[in-house]
Design a protein around this ligand. Structure first.
Ligand SMILES: [Zn+2]
Length: 176
């Protein structure tokens, strides 16, 4: 893996010289193993510096040691934490106004797919509503999880779902 700062230094410049922008958020989502990370890496390397790619909130939360347990209270706590991290990551882009596009590795509404029913409790807990959260994004790009036959990748250590669960999650994310 190359040093991100070196990759950034080689980033293409463009003709836009505006000092600030009104950033728009675009969520790139999809089930586990859909290829989001690879697609976002290509975007980060090949698009101009007015497009910033946000890190995935769930990777920050779980990679940072947040307990990943199957109990309902633990799953709810994890999704609230992910929701807050995602919101603050997006806010950096929105408030700095340096980028024109913030490409998000999943969006706040992804939590719906991982939240133990009922979903209304999620919106109550984070003091928001689905319509408000959907309105944050100018576009949502959904990448499909491939089936086992199509080459589901089992090598990611943070990816704990078997392929059937991954496909089920992919459908839940699509619905959300
Ligand atoms: Zn540009």
């Amino acid at each position: 893996m190359t040093d991100p700062s070196l990759a950034d230094a080689r980033r293409r410049t463009c003709e836009c010289a505006a000092a600030s922008h009104a950033p728009r958020l675009v969520a790139v989502t999809g089930g586990p193993g859909a290829g989001k990370t690879a697609v976002l890496e290509i975007a980060r390397r090949s698009l101009c510096n007015h497009v910033v790619v946000l890190p995935e909130a769930a990777s920050i939360v779980f990679g940072g040691g947040f307990p990943r347990r199957p109990s309902v209270p633990a799953r709810r706590a994890a999704q609230r934490a992910i929701f807050q991290v995602q919101t603050e990551l997006e806010r950096v882009v929105l408030d700095e106004k340096r980028a024109a596009i913030g490409l998000c590795d999943r969006g706040t509404v992804d939590s719906v797919a991982y939240w133990p029913e009922p979903v209304a409790d999620l919106w109550k807990d984070v003091h928001s509503e689905e319509a408000t959260q959907l309105a944050r994004y100018s576009a949502v790009i959904h990448l499909r999880t491939p089936s086992d036959v199509m080459g589901y990748d089992h090598s990611n250590p943070l990816r704990t779902e078997p392929v059937e669960d991954a496909l089920h999650l992919d459908r839940l994310i699509e619905q959300a």
